[in-house]
Design a protein around this ligand. Structure first.
Ligand code: PLP
Length: 264
């Protein structure tokens, strides 16, 4: 008997250390019952201590990967991750305008926990103009939200709420503004906002330095779960629970000597 799980596509970059990027996305899709497909836009040379190089795939070949996949496979949800530079943003936006996938989760990846830049600074504008308006859900952390709005990083809950609304005004249908970079040591509070709801999602903070791949895992978990849940908010809640469990288990994994991966 054949089965037909939802098909999730990640358009993102390789992390050879396996904790983040395409590798984290495919593990997450599998763990959450989606069939995973992947279009690579760039490769990193990377371990748990940092990124030593980025190699971008030529635009024409990114387009060919997307077109060839969509010509044959019905994609239920797309997650967009690290895009590296403006040319890639334009290429992905152009392809998605033609293929119009039903569900797009955009993780506006800019800087790694290690401090390495994963998106050229002058590409933030292209992300804001080309891809944010296509996002059914935008999942920035606090510094990414501030960069997209060209403002200072939010420090209070009121500022987070104002910035999340500001990101919706840029064209994102919904925003999950992740509070993992906030100074609160007791809880991790993310804000979910759509056209008629504003909900704080709070969980006790998991204290670990092994958090590599947290953001990639969250956005791909929402993409995997949305086709399997009745609404966005329940997909977001269950995705956050999955990431919290992966963080809680992270210290049972010993991979590398730096910021180790979360445990799927
Ligand atoms: N490498 C790749 C390919 C990524 O996509 C990302 C995040 O999106 C990272 C590295 C950084 O991961 P982290 O900041 O969780 O260490």
């Amino acid at each position: 008997m054949s089965t037909s799980p939802p098909v999730a596509l990640t358009i993102a970059t390789s992390d050879p250390s396996g904790g983040a990027g395409i590798q984290a996305d495919l593990k997450t899709f599998s763990a959450l019952g989606a069939y995973g497909t992947a279009v690579l836009v760039a490769l990193t040379a990377q371990n748990t201590r940092g990124v030593t190089g980025i190699h971008v795939i030529p635009s024409s070949f990114i387009t060919e990967q997307i077109d060839t996949l969509f010509a044959d496979v019905h994609v239920d949800a797309v997650k967009i991750g690290m895009l590296a530079e403006s040319a890639v943003i334009h290429t992905v936006a152009e392809a998605l305008r033609r293929h119009r996938p039903g569900t797009v989760v955009l993780d506006p990846v800019m800087v790694a926990t290690s401090g390495d830049r994963l998106l050229e600074k002058d590409a933030v504008r292209d992300l804001r103009e080309q891809l944010v308006p296509m996002a059914d859900l935008l999942t920035p952390n606090l510094p990414e939200a501030a960069a997209l709005l060209d403002e200072e990083t939010a420090r209070t809950r009121a500022e987070v709420e104002r910035q999340a609304v500001g990101l919706c005004a840029l064209g994102a249908r919904r925003v999950l503004l992740k509070g993992g970079h906030a100074e609160d040591q007791d809880e991790s509070a993310d804000l979910y906002v759509d056209s008629d709801t504003m909900t704080w999602l709070r969980v006790p903070r998991v204290l670990t330095t092994n958090s590599h791949g947290t953001g990639c895992t969250l956005s791909s978990a929402v993409a995997a779960l949305r086709p399997q849940r009745p609404d966005w908010e329940s997909a977001v809640r269950d995705a956050k629970a999955y990431v919290t469990d992966a963080l809680a288990a992270a210290d049972t994994l010993a991979v590398g000597s730096g910021n180790g991966p979360v445990h799927h």
